[in-house]
Design a protein around this ligand. Structure first.
Ligand code: ATP
Length: 431
């Protein structure tokens, strides 16, 4: 009897802006392996990597698949993976540099787990990935410059033992790719009504936009994000596709988990990564050209600009209600644009402390109880009825009601990054 072995397969960097998607390549590999009788362990994994990485094509995702197989089938499995990548990857595109990784055995080395976190939250080099592979006995294969090995290894190392969600992805037949997606809008609303919040980010209710269909020429018809695979299937059965579905797959994923965010003091914040910083508003929110809202926060280590960009729509109105002295936690990706200060592209804010806003008011007349009027510039106050006069020092300050309360505020689904955790996922009704 031959022995069974566990084999981890990692894939990345197969698409270009003109088409394809690594999730599709993963789905085809899964189907081809199943056809040859290979057992796929658990669900294949869709791991979103650093969303601020400049060389990503779109959503910066990589795929891993864990299989249990007889040892003698391993070479055939590897061949299927290579053939599928070769057949489907957009190899003619300069920026498409696929990478494939294999790791045998059930236990993921600690060093690989740490590396995966780094690829999700930070930046690593191809050399770093290759050296790690050597140390842990993983095999990596590079197509062209093979940048994809960075993500392929990271996808193997993120086991999703903590927070996780699922995404059911349905793919279009080749002839339809690049054309307008045909899907019954009402059925998406019905699906949302029957499955939300166990599915989420299906619709942007403020604008009525359907959020399960992408706007790129990739093979995806729709993707349904869900808390568990059962609800994802239920939702898929409610949605009416008005064009054929070639195949679908359920991925287990780190989407909607905030795994990309690191806590930091402001002075430690770096461009091309994502952070949560706590600070006091030191420059009031203002609207700049393009409808973006910018304000500044500081802590004892420094200051940083925060931005709620135009696509975040109503979130900007919330942000505009902040004032100097308020204390918030700001969550988001950090960008450095030429000649502009480092800026956090806000994904959400938590308002921790509201500063009192005081406004000058005229004193009340002690004789008739009516509000006094100004007696002229620097001349104090006078009661029109009783003619009582008071010096300008009699001015009073009253605390104005604040138009924002303590709590967490997030951008709407239309502006949400794949990794950002929607607030509804914190609600007990999800579970
Ligand atoms: P797809 O959806 O097909 O995977 P994508 O948006 O995920 O496209 P890729 O085409 O995979 O983007 O390009 C990203 C490339 O950058 C990959 O080669 C990946 O291995 C590499 N990469 C991803 N994250 C990092 C990171 N944090 N540091 C360094 N390289 C990274």
């Amino acid at each position: 009897m031959s022995k069974f072995r566990l084999l981890h397969i990692g894939l990345d960097d197969t698409d270009s802006k003109d088409g394809m998607c690594t999730t599709y390549v993963g789905a085809v590999v899964v189907d081809r392996l199943r056809e040859m009788g290979v057992k796929i362990f658990d669900y294949p994994r869709l791991i979103r990597l650093n969303p601020n990485w400049v060389l990503k094509t779109r959503g910066n995702c990589a795929i891993s698949i864990e299989v249990e197989t007889r040892a003698e089938l391993i070479p055939k499995i590897k061949q299927i993976v290579f053939e599928t990548v070769e057949q489907l990857a957009e190899l003619d595109h300069e920026t498409t540099n696929p990478g494939v990784a294999f790791l045998e055995g059930g236990d993921i080395p600690e060093e690989l787990k740490t590396y995966s976190k780094k690829v999700i939250q930070d930046i690593v080099t191809i050399d770093e990935a290759e050296n790690l592979a050597k140390r842990i006995g993983a095999e990596v294969f590079k197509f062209k410059i093979g940048r994809g090995i960075v993500g392929a290894l990271a996808a193997i190392g993120e086991e999703l033992k903590q927070d996780k969600t699922y995404e059911l992805v349905a793919y279009r037949v080749p002839n339809n790719r690049g054309t307008k997606r045909k899907i019954d809008r009402e059925s998406v609303f019905k699906m949302n009504e029957l499955t939300y919040p166990s599915t989420f980010d299906n619709i942007d209710l403020a604008t009525g936009e359907i959020r399960i269909t992408p706007h790129t020429p990739c093979p995806i018809l729709y993707g349904i994000r869900a808390e568990n695979p059962q609800t994802a299937v239920k939702a898929h059965n409610i949605v009416k596709a008005l064009e054929p579905i070639e195949r679908w797959v359920i991925y287990k994923t780190n989407q909607a988990t905030d795994e990309h965010i690191r806590d930091a003091r402001i002075s430690k914040v770096q461009a091309e990564r994502s952070f949560m910083v706590r600070g006091e508003v030191c420059k009031k929110p203002r609207i700049i050209r393009g409808g973006h809202v910018i304000f500044r926060i500081r802590d004892e280590s420094g200051g940083i600009d925060c931005a709620a960009y135009e696509p975040t729509r109503k979130f900007r109105e919330t942000v505009m209600k902040l004032t100097v002295g308020d204390v918030i936690k700001a969550y988001g990706g950090v960008k450095q644009k030429p000649s502009l200060p480092l800026t956090i592209n806000l994904e959400k804010i938590e308002v921790i402390k509201l500063s009192p806003v005081l406004e000058k008011v005229n004193p009340v007349c002690s004789l008739c109880g009516k509000r006094m009027k100004s007696a002229g510039k620097r001349k104090g106050f006078m009661c029109k009825h009783c003619k009582l006069k008071l010096p300008k020092e009699a001015v009073r300050f009253e605390e104005m009601p604040r138009l924002i309360t303590l709590g967490v505020y997030e951008v709407p689904p239309r502006a949400r990054r794949h990794l950002a955790k929607p607030l509804i996922r914190l609600s007990p009704q999800v579970w």
